[in-house]
Ligand binder design. Structure first.
Ligand code: ZN
Length: 211
């Protein structure tokens, strides 16, 4: 099996796993990976992540232009912006996962860091999570807003929409977005309970030890 066929299989497997666990529904959510020749594989528009055909996954060239497979997701511009700003990233996952979307709609959240450091793994996998204000789907100004933050953050929350996460591998990006969704759930469970969250020193210690 070629490297690209393996990447196609991995996208389909991860898509199915996210779908089966209710982290994505309908035809929402999309996944992309960088290929060895500098292009990209991306999930197609209107595709259900739970039932992807590896052979029909969209292929984009180095310029991000669609060259074969089904037509790529309408949100491909978001993925391309994440890659342009995160040169070390090899994969991007975007979901409309329920708890993260719920957090993105709360009026009182800190727009520079939407979820407090509740657990060590959240700090290590997600870190600071900025919020991008609401834009109508497909608005090119959304890409500009994401561009302003994507160089400094590998995870971004789009208001009234959902999270987008870049990673060094598809596995890393998937683990990070899963951690984000579970922490969003914890954050909602703990609202109004005045929970202890990690202190600044505890967060600093994590970045010193784990980068
Ligand atoms: Zn979306």
């Amino acid at each position: 099996m070629t490297t690209e066929s393996k990447q196609r299989e991995e996208i389909a497997l991860i898509g199915q796993s996210l779908f089966d666990r209710g982290l994505t529904m309908g035809s929402s959510g999309n996944i992309s990976v960088r290929t060895s020749d500098g292009g990209w594989l991306m999930t197609p528009t209107n595709a259900c992540l739970g039932r992807l055909d590896p052979d029909r996954i969209s292929r984009l060239d180095e310029q991000g232009q669609w060259c074969n497979g089904d037509k790529p997701t309408k949100e491909s511009f978001l993925h391309m912006t994440m890659y342009q700003e995160n040169r070390n990233s090899s994969a991007v996952v975007h979901l409309h996962s329920t708890h993260s979307v719920a957090v993105s709609c709360l009026p009182e959240i800190d727009h520079s860091d939407c979820i407090p450091p509740i657990t060590a793994y959240y700090v290590m996998r997600v870190g600071r999570l900025p919020l991008v204000p609401y834009h109508i789907p497909g608005d090119p100004e959304l890409a500009d807003a994401v561009r302003g933050l994507a160089g400094k953050h590998s995870s971004i929350l789009l208001a009234n929409h959902g999270p987008i996460v870049a990673g060094k591998s598809l596995e890393a990006a998937t683990y990070a977005i899963e951690e984000l969704e579970e922490t969003a759930k914890l954050f909602l469970l703990l609202r109004g309970h005045n929970p202890r969250v990690l202190t600044e020193q505890e967060v600093e210690e994590l970045s010193r030890k784990f980068g």
